[in-house]
Design a protein around this ligand. Structure first.
Ligand code: FES
Ligand code: FES
Length: 175
């Protein structure tokens, strides 16, 4: 997990401005100062509150989103720095009423308690399953460990990943 410091604060005298980001396939506008993080912009300007503010320090992973298809910690990114990138949040993962297979498996396996970590678990999992339909146990554990869960003890979450792998690959489970 990335553990660098939080995004730098605005320099004195720098002004907020209208910023357009492409989020979940739609050009969306909001106000961003020079120190506005992507997490702040998503939650406070666009109302996309699925990405969670946990530590705000790059430690917990709960703010993960996809930037050009790869998981990134939105609390560490400046919103202005990802203009021109394709941002995907948890709100953009399901297709209408149809959940992503990992979302469905999280429900089926009872892998959600308070749900605070769930969006980031899914975001990281979507990246994993985009790269392979049958991840190994080690790959699943590495993916899940990128996000802190305070509730479940991880077993049910890992089982949801295994179930997803079974359903996607039809091979009877993770290696
Ligand atoms: S809120 Fe971004 S890593 Fe914790
Ligand atoms: S389900 Fe509560 S933090 Fe993971």
């Amino acid at each position: 997990m990335t553990t660098t410091n939080a995004a730098p604060a605005a320099a004195p005298g720098e002004q907020a401005r209208v910023l357009t980001l492409r989020v979940n396939g739609i050009e969306q506008r909001g106000i961003a100062g020079p120190g506005t993080t992507l997490l702040e912009f998503l939650r406070e300007e666009l109302g996309l509150t699925g990405s969670k503010r946990g530590c705000d320090l790059g430690e917990c992973g709960c703010c993960s989103v996809l930037v050009d298809g790869r998981p990134m910690l939105s609390c560490l990114l400046l919103a202005a720095d990802v203009a021109g990138s394709e941002i995907t949040t948890i709100e953009g993962i399901a297709r209408g009423e149809t959940l992503h297979p990992l979302q469905q498996a999280m429900v089926d396996e009872g892998a959600i308690q308070c749900g605070f970590c769930t969006p980031a678990m899914v975001i990281n999992g979507v990246d994993l399953f985009n790269r392979t339909a049958s991840p190994s146990r080690d790959e699943i554990k590495a993916c899940v460990s990128a996000t802190v869960c305070r509730c479940t003890g991880y077993n049910r979450i890992e089982q949801a990943f295994v179930t997803t792998a079974e359903r996607l690959s039809g091979k009877g489970g993770a290696r």
